[in-house]
Write a protein that binds this ligand. Structure first.
Ligand code: PMP
Ligand code: GLU
Length: 398
């Protein structure tokens, strides 16, 4: 038999954020001095009190059995309380599911709600995996484009125009990966009116909630009438520097969590018992370390912003949250290095990787072919060196 990967798998690309960072790691393992700014991953260690929670779960609490499919009740209660106190969101512990990262939460939702041909409006630029997961679930991503001049925020009018009778869901992140934009209450109110008028549902990905330099995080699900229409996603990877623990969660109307619970029960059973015990400690021990990390990102943001602005051909927005810059580089497309022409953001990223030894991610993979993404979750020293290298390599283009 001639077995090959399914059409479903052939129809999606490898995650480019992961692929670019794997490329950088491979070069590093060969002794090449690459600075990787491609992966959106905190460069901090998980705070030690959270690690202690995991150690205790192993050493004295015996958390070795399958956890409940939707997560331990005490953790879901703590998440319900967090939603209520910090976000003014009303999700009962039974409206919450703990998963293996927000990536799995999104997968659960798409597979539980989409039928073949259903459309999902994706605010663009978007995080790379939204499109792939929608396609895996037989849905159709419909991109709603913002651009650097409107801080990458699509207008409510454009949102309304992109709705068809096949539209089921809308998805966005705020603070946004890759742009760093943050939606205000006022902007979300305008979107919510359209969502309610058209009986749609929205997935609000708030994984960067704690890396918000405006300190004004607002959850669309807290607006009038939106609790029944909003799937709120959040997790521990970014704000608590816990990427490897694989911890995310969702809050949603009960009929949606019931569907997702069925999906999760048949695929991963639940997520890691030890990680969940650490998550409980993280939620119950205040935000001191989260705030310290955020302040560190803010310092780096300002340093990098000043340096990026000095690169000819980069047009840069100041990010209000997350830890990415997403400069528009369209002026550099068409330039040459020796005989090689830079035809795209991908070409430019490969040029920077090979010449500057700095790895970035091309905007094509985020739905923005004129942009490139730089993660500043790295040390100040590496960031300054990397941007200096980018500047020198850019100056070598003719
Ligand atoms: N949403 C956004 C916007 C992201 O940038 C990421 C990347 N980590 C995720 C979801 C998934 O995060 P995780 O699976 O680590 O919770
Ligand atoms: N979300 C991060 C990023 O955009 C981590 C990698 C991933 O899961 O795609 O780089």
């Amino acid at each position: 038999m001639n077995l090959k990967p399914s059409n479903r798998i052939q129809n999606i690309e490898e995650s480019s954020t992961l692929a670019m960072s794997a490329k950088a790691s491979e070069m590093k393992s060969k002794g090449i001095d690459v600075i990787s700014l491609s992966l959106g991953e905190p460069d901090f260690k998980t705070p030690s009190h959270i690690c202690d929670g995991a150690k205790k779960a192993i050493d004295s609490e015996n958390y070795f059995s399958y956890p409940p499919v939707n997560g331990y009740l005490d953790l879901r209660k703590a998440i319900s309380n967090k939603f209520s106190v910090e976000n003014n969101l009303n999700y009962d512990p039974n409206d919450i599911i703990v998963s293996n990262g927000v990536k799995q939460s999104i997968t659960n939702v798409m597979f539980s709600l989409l039928n073949k041909g259903d459309e999902v409006i994706v605010f663009s630029p978007y995080w790379v995996s939204y499109d792939a997961i929608i396609k895996l679930a037989d849905g159709i991503p419909v991109h709603l484009n913002g651009n650097i001049d409107n801080d990458f925020k699509p207008s409510p009018h454009d949102l309304e125009k992109s709705i068809t009778n096949k539209t089921k869901l809308i998805i966005f992140s705020s603070p946004c990966n890759p742009t760093g934009s943050v939606f205000t209450k006022n902007e979300l109110e305008k979107y919510s009116k359209i969502i309610l008028k058209n009986n749609l549902y929205v997935i609000s990905d708030e994984i960067y909630e704690h890396i918000n330099f405006l300190d004004e995080h607002f959850s669309i699900g807290s607006l009038e009438g939106m609790n029944e229409r909003t799937i709120t996603l959040n997790g521990f990877s970014k704000g608590f520097a816990m990427t490897g623990w694989r911890l995310g969660y969702m809050g949603a109307p009960r009929w949606i969590t019931n569907a997702c619970k069925k999906m999760q029960g048949q695929t991963t059973s639940a997520n890691c018992s030890i990680a969940q015990r650490a998550a409980l400690v993280a939620l119950n021990s205040g935000t001191k370390s989260t705030i310290e990390m955020k302040n560190e990102y803010l310092k780096r943001r300002d340093i990098v912003y000043n340096l990026l602005n000095k690169i000819n051909g980069f047009k840069v927005n100041i990010p209000k949250g997350a830890f990415y810059f997403f400069p528009n580089i369209e002026e550099l497309i068409g330039k040459h290095y020796k005989n090689d022409k830079i035809n795209s953001a991908s070409d430019l990223c490969m040029y920077y990787l090979n010449q500057a030894k700095v790895s970035l991610v091309p905007g094509e993979d985020f739905g923005a072919p004129n942009c490139i993404r730089l993660s500043y979750a790295a040390s100040e020293k590496d960031l300054m060196e990397a941007v200096n290298r980018l500047k020198n390599s850019t100056n070598n283009l003719t």
